[in-house]
Design a protein around this ligand. Structure first.
Ligand code: PFF
Length: 445
């Protein structure tokens, strides 16, 4: 059965959807936490370097493979590896797909917390104090309610398809997110204590730069933040018309993602110092008291200390995180959905429910064995699966195309002198750099 493939209808639709995938809890929660724990400005500096040297080329490679093949990641990688082993490529695609399910199973739990905290502030504003305190307090029951709600929200968008669902909602939600973020920054920066936080964030302590943990954390953060290595960006690349100027688009996505992470740092790090100024204990030595506590204890207390306006700020903040998380879950969900639709001839409707059901199963498993599984899933995905997938993408783009693969022809049609250097950079430098960092991760773990 040949079907006309759904696609993005505009370049801006693609950029916003891809930026929507990239911009998520990783930017607004992960990046500032990592920065606060790893020397503030020093982390920011290393993060920017790693993004430029490694994450941006990896994003390019992933989007490029998808765009050239115009297929889902399993078929795309299978095609790209035809000359050596189609099965190897397809298996790599399947591993990425499992990574997407892994990502969704912990991400939807955290996203559920964001949603419940937003509702906690709303119900408090309405005077339902008991309900508000239940919504604002971590519990298994709360996870059992909000994780499925979040999975359903994502499914409702995916179910509508690429143009009517993903493109339309990303175009609507992303500007709202930006406006909310700016509003919150302006508010927080006016509070006492904020300037001290700003200094820690913007003035790098270069003595931290030799710390190998810093580079490893920055790389993991950059890959997670740009959604690389699970096929989400590959599938979005495949929904773009072939042979667009991908370089420019990839640079825009990276700039937007990095820009939002930077802005989130401008919000969260000063907010921590505002909390400290207000008498809360935020740091123990150089470390934040706990990643979970950062947003879920310190910030709600800070908001509460601001009275009614604080409740409104809290609603804005947690809605912001919920929206950012929603647009990120969409791209991961689309990876297995597109595979089932295109390769297994299952209807989009059925595929969406099948994938959502699988994610629900794994997230329930994580909730049941939270202490053992939650951190382990995050670690395996970000420190093993994502870097290895990226290494594979570099090898596919840099080496397999040079073996006369049909993908190569298109790649080389673009007649620009710098493209040759870019090709060599992806071919030689990126795999070596990535291997060096990866070996470091293994040693540090
Ligand atoms: N980039 C998202 C974030 O920063 O929160 C997380 C993510 C989304 C990772 C989609 C992987 C993915 F496929």
């Amino acid at each position: 059965m040949t079907q006309v493939r759904d696609s993005f209808h505009s370049r801006i639709g693609f950029v916003l959807a891809a930026a929507g995938s990239a911009i998520g809890l990783g930017n607004i929660w992960g990046f500032p936490t990592n920065a606060a724990n790893n020397g503030g400005g020093a982390f920011l500096f290393v993060y920017l370097v790693v993004t430029l040297l490694l994450a941006l080329p990896a994003l390019y490679a992933e989007v490029y493979i998808g765009n050239q093949s115009q297929k889902n990641p399993v078929s795309a990688l299978g095609d790209a590896c035809k000359n050596i082993s189609e099965r190897l490529g397809r298996n790599a695609g399947i591993i990425g797909l499992c990574g997407a399910i892994m990502m969704l199973s912990f991400y939807t739990i955290v996203a559920g917390w964001m949603l419940s905290h937003a509702l906690s502030a709303i119900t408090q504003l309405m005077g339902f104090n008991e309900l508000s305190s239940w919504l604002g307090t971590s519990s298994t029951e709360r996870n059992l309610v909000f994780t499925p709600i979040f999975i359903l929200l994502g499914a409702a968008i995916i179910h509508q398809g690429v143009n009517a669902g993903i493109e339309k909602w990303s175009t609507r939600l992303m500007p709202v997110l930006l406006i909310m973020l700016f509003g919150l920054i302006v508010y927080i920066l006016q509070q006492p204590g904020a300037m001290e936080g700003l200094k820690v964030y913007l003035v790098p302590d270069f003595s931290q730069l030799t710390n190998p943990k810093l580079i490893v954390s920055a790389m993991g953060q950059a890959f997670f933040s740009l959604s690389i290595g699970v096929g989400g960006m590959m599938i979005y690349g495949s929904y773009m018309q072939k042979d667009k100027d991908l370089g420019k688009l990839v640079i825009s996505i990276t700039a937007l993602d990095t820009g939002i992470a930077f802005l989130a740092g401008l919000l969260i790090i000063p907010a921590l110092f505002v909390a400290q100024h207000a008498g809360q204990q935020v740091f123990q030595g150089n470390q934040l008291i706990g990643e979970g506590q950062l947003i879920f204890h310190i910030l709600p207390e800070l908001f509460a200390s601001m009275g009614t306006i604080g409740l409104i700020v809290a609603i804005g903040f947690f809605m912001l995180l919920s929206i950012a998380a929603l647009t990120s879950t969409i791209s991961s969900t689309e990876v297995p959905v597109a595979y089932l639709v295109e390769d297994k001839n299952i209807s989009r409707h059925k595929a969406t429910w099948l994938v959502s059901g699988t994610v629900l199963f794994f997230s329930m498993l994580l909730i049941a064995f939270f202490d053992v599984l939650f951190g382990a899933f995050i670690r395996v995905l970000t420190t093993i699966l994502q870097p290895l997938s990226c290494l594979f993408y570099f090898i596919v783009v840099g080496w397999l195309w040079h073996r006369g693969n049909k993908l190569r022809d298109k790649a080389l049609q673009v007649d620009r002198p710098w493209l040759k250097h870019w090709g060599n950079y992806i071919r030689f430098v990126c795999p070596i750099l990535l291997t060096v960092v990866f070996v470091n991760v293994a040693i540090l773990n």
